[in-house]
Design a protein around this ligand. Sequence first.
Ligand code: AKG
Ligand code: FE2
Length: 402
Amino acid sequence: MGQWYQQQVVMQQQQWAAFAAYTKQQQALKPPKKQSSSSSSSSSSSSSSPARQCSQETPAVDAAAKAAARAAAAAAAAGAVTANFAEDAEEALLEAAASRPRKKRWDVEGAQRNQVGLYVATLNAKLGPGKAAVQPPAPFVSGGERRGGPAPEDAPPKLAGECWEDARGKVGLQLLGDLSAIRDRWTYPLQDESRRSFAGYLPGILPPEHCGAYFDRVREDTRWLQPTGSKGPIPRKTAWMVARDCTCTYRYGGLEVEPQIYPNWMTELMQVVMPACGLSRPQDMPNSCNLNLYEDGTNQVGWHSDDERLFQGRFRDCRIISLSLGARRRFELRVNWPDGSEQSLCDMMLGDGDMCTMEGMTQKHFQHRVGREVRVTGPRINLTWRWIAKHTPQCPISRCRF
Ligand SMILES: O=C(O)CCC(=O)C(=O)O
Ligand SMILES: [Fe+2]
């Protein structure tokens, strides 16, 4: 092992030890949770003992931190993952540790174990067969919930057999990559037939010399907003655009973004990129687009699904097509309800001019994010096209009868 890697491993281990200590301290400081009404405990919320909660929770924090530290060290030693890996694992754990109960059966330990487990599973996949040196923490089976994620008790029942959804062939779902004339340039990093969930990747659809021009145009000719949510201004700028005659606002996570009608550059850009997804006729084009501007790696979007009512993605197949311009960022997907010991995390590095899709029931079964990557210094714009399936009652299109 080279000296550089050894230094990295030691640094990561030190970082993790400090982090574990910090997390432990935070857990101890955490205000006591309210007892649930069904609890027989006589202690009120103000008198329940933080020390007791702490002694239950810190071993899990430690175990998860150690597992992630081993994962990060092994990855660095093997040179198998990007330098951002340790940071991502740390963030995953931080996120789990910062989670707060939403439902009675929420369990911080389970959430942490599953979070870290996802990273370890990804790492092992990257290390390759026979080199999976890292043991993931035991998966958490029930009673857990991840922040923003659905509760285990909300897991949909499986159909007869091992599948959650009808097969692609049965419902006639065609993947955009298969519709494309450049089929051989598409890959599908996420292909989960049992959940009828797919994510496709098409590198470099725009030539590099055009990407910069589009980037500047989109940046300059968009009215960017930075709405404020419950935790302050969102860590990116955003815009919501819709096709002519539509007035649907986009509501998500307590935010509401007013629509801008597709400018001419948007229609032109769609004509350039949509044929790569087999969509060439104007009537086939998506009727809405969410735009994000990430000024640098500190800007991000947290775990979420694009499962708003507008798109009906929880109930029917839903296509989402994205184009990235500017700095390369990691786009990750994770499964909502892992099956038994199944650990599923999928990531794609999205660079200048790359396209990516989410198709089928992905918004029901998976969450996605672009996490913090502090080493990224350049800006990135992402355009995420969708089809509005149910317009808001106020929108004239919802009142149209064709
Ligand atoms: O920036 C990205 O690649 C993802 C954006 C996203 O998830 C969204 O706009 O809903
Ligand atoms: Fe999204």
